[in-house]
Design a protein around this ligand. Structure first.
Ligand SMILES: Nc1ncnc2c1ncn2[C@@H]1O[C@H](COP(=O)(O)OP(=O)(O)O)[C@@H](O)[C@H]1O
Ligand SMILES: [Mg+2]
Length: 613
């Protein structure tokens, strides 16, 4: 849960620039709107800059000295200022109107860009391999995604609603000052703005680490709080509430101190900015007053210069905050774009064909595999599963049995050797067509936090209610579901936690039955069931498996006595294979395991009763 936002790094500007460039295509989906919004922005700024110009005319029109110069002062007195005042009001309205129009027009661009990039990232996440997802915490991924899309919105906001408009206003002001007055007015404005910006950047960079510290302590405190809540029961078991609270409060204490420093440095920044503006405006006013005294400027000019300058610094006042937020947003954006840059490990080859299943003969041929280079998991594993037969894999825990199932499903690619179905190497067919034909009941079943019905229907989204109930009956879970107050509409809780292991496994079996693939893999599918339920399911599984090519990974040997072939796997190698009878006669590892399990049968049965609730 720690937020590791990068602090200002000298190489980041280039990277930030490239990242912004990568966002442009998403914005450019709505070229017309972007151009329209930018036009509104310019119109609104023209109106804003026009206001002090009009104000000057109003002041001059009302100015006694000027009035004396005109023939009939009364007439001017009435009409001219009134006209200017009306025009002033209209300009004010225009500025506001175009401002709002710009927001409305741009909203579509912004939200559409957020939507397309979120979708693109999520799509990419689905295409990444299982190993990527096992390595990363899901919380971290969703956080990066959420922050990334929000940062896209913020970056666009800052650019379109603040940085561009301020730059536009600055240009207009410079043009007016240069056109109307002596060059030193433009010079003072220009230098004040530059000094202001440089000062803001320097101070913002310096005080960034207080914010950084604040964020770190804040998320650390959150981690303590969330972790404590997640482990609520454990905290209570050991009466460690005080310890947890202390940890939390210590971190908040550090947060508090950093927050105060952050606030103080913020005030320093604001005050410094105030000094710079005051010096600039005062200088301008001194020169303008001199101009009025010398007679080459009017009172109206003095007002114009003053108002224009103050107006220009209103959006600049937010510069410090925007600079910091922009930095954070760019860092968040970078995290999200990094997700997009993650390489797909398991990939369809070019022109991958659709898997054609007829006999569904499976062949593992000299398969070698490891998750990490330093530890071999499978070594030269070879075996066949003939059409419609049931082959069992047994062996000690950690031997690599589940890995075989993951490789067959192509969650990982083999390092050498090959796996083929009906003579087609699974690396050469599309992943979708492969997975459509293979049904797996995994060792640990995780369910969606929806209804039981939804979880079973997940195998075939078009399935009717009858089909779902049929599958549930086959998996020996229908009666249980029926006995629940909400029946099939029972919500199973996060990851299915409201159900026992055995119930979850039977739901997993039901949904594979509903999927009805040609090839079935059961990975210790009945391991969390008590002997009684196990026998019931084994009966129905036998029925289902009859028409299928089946790979059964078994913990309890008694469940696979009837297998056509039994592979004994130990430390990633096939050490024995044959039928139950042949293996017993061989008197090797299998016979040894069998004997152990027979001996422990009664004791184990009791334990199972206890474990399978
Ligand atoms: N994603 C992974 N990364 C690294 N090692 C793994 C991973 N998954 C499993 N392993 C290791 O591979 C070995 C075989 O695992 P597995 O096939 O699940 O064994 P089992 O025969 O009990 O089903 C185990 O020692 C396990 O620790
Ligand atoms: Mg396993």
């Amino acid at each position: 849960m720690m937020i590791d936002r990068p602090t200002a790094d000298p190489h980041s500007d280039r990277k930030d620039f490239n990242n912004i460039k990568r966002l442009l295509p998403y914005v450019w989906d709505f070229k017309g709107r972007v151009i329209l919004a930018l036009s509104c922005l310019i119109l609104s700024k023209v109106a804003i800059v026009g206001m002090p110009l009009l104000l000057k005319e109003i002041v001059d029109a009302l100015d006694g000295k000027q009035l004396l110069a005109v023939d009939s002062p009364e007439k001017v007195m009435l009409t001219l200022p009134l006209l200017f005042l009306l025009a002033y009001g209209v300009l004010r309205l225009m500025a506001s109107l175009f401002n709002e129009l710009r927001d409305v027009i741009f909203a579509r661009v912004r939200y559409h860009a957020m939507r397309s990039i979120s979708k693109r990232v999520l799509n990419h996440l689905y295409s990444l391999s299982l190993s990527y997802h096992l390595d990363r915490k899901t919380g971290g991924i969703t956080r990066d995604l959420e922050r990334g899309t929000n940062s896209l919105s913020s970056i666009l906001n800052y650019l379109v609603f603040n940085i561009f408009p301020t730059a536009a206003e600055f240009i207009f002001v410079a043009i007016i000052l240069l056109g109307k007055y002596q060059p030193h007015f433009a010079l003072i404005t220009f230098s004040t703005v530059i000094i202001y910006i440089v000062f803001t950047f320097l101070v913002s960079n310096w005080r960034m680490h207080y914010r950084h510290e604040m964020n770190q302590h804040e998320s650390q405190a959150n981690t303590y709080a969330v972790d404590g809540m997640l482990n609520y029961e454990t905290v209570k078991y050991f009466t460690n509430e005080a310890y947890e609270l202390n940890q939390y409060d210590n971190t908040l204490n550090k947060w508090e101190r950093a927050a105060v420093k952050s606030q103080a440095s913020m005030s320093l920044l604001n005050f410094g900015q105030g000094i710079i503006i005051t010096i600039g405006v005062t200088l301008m006013m001194v020169f303008a007053a001199q101009g009025v005294v010398d007679g080459n400027m009017t009172i109206g000019d003095l007002v114009l210069v003053n108002v224009m300058m103050l107006q220009l610094f209103i959006p600049l006042g937010l510069l410090g905050i925007i600079y910091r937020s922009l930095k954070y947003s760019l860092a968040d954006m970078d995290m999200m774009l990094k997700l997009l840059d993650t390489r797909q490990e398991v990939k369809d080859i070019e022109n991958a064909k659709v898997l054609q299943v007829s006999e569904s003969v499976i062949r593992f041929d000299n398969v070698c595999f490891d998750y990490n280079k330093d530890r071999k998991i499978l070594e030269m594993v070879s075996f066949d599963i003939p059409s419609g037969q049931k082959v069992a894999v047994v062996g000690p825990s950690g031997a690599g049995k589940s890995t075989l199932a993951r490789l067959l499903f192509r969650f990982y690619d083999v390092d050498s050797g090959s796996i083929s179905i009906d003579g087609q190497n699974i690396n050469s067919v599309t992943q979708t067509s492969l997975r459509d034909n293979v049904g797996i009941v995994p060792q640990d079943t995780v369910l969606f936090n929806y209804t039981i019905e939804h979880n079973i229907r997940y195998a075939n989204l078009d399935a009717s209610e009858t089909e779902i109930q049929q599958a549930a009956k086959h998996a020996n879970i229908h009666d249980f579901i029926d006995s629940l107050p909400d029946g099939y509409q029972t919500v199973v809780g996060e990851r299915g936690l409201k159900l026992s292991g055995g119930e979850k496994q039977r739901i997993a079996i039901a949904r594979v039955i509903l999927k009805n693939p040609r090839i079935l893999v059961f990975d210790e599918a009945t391991s969390s069931l008590d002997s009684h339920s196990e026998q019931l399911i084994l009966e129905s599984l036998k029925e289902v498996a009859e028409k299928h090519t089946t790979l059964v990974i078994a913990h309890r040997l008694s469940t696979i006595i009837d297998a056509d072939n039994i592979i004994v796997l130990d430390k990633g190698k096939v050490v024995e294979q044959g039928t139950h009878q042949q293996l017993l006669e061989l008197d090797g590892l299998y016979a040894h395991l069998w004997q152990l399990q027979q001996e422990e049968e009664s004791a184990a049965a009791e334990e199972e009763e206890g474990a399978a609730i």
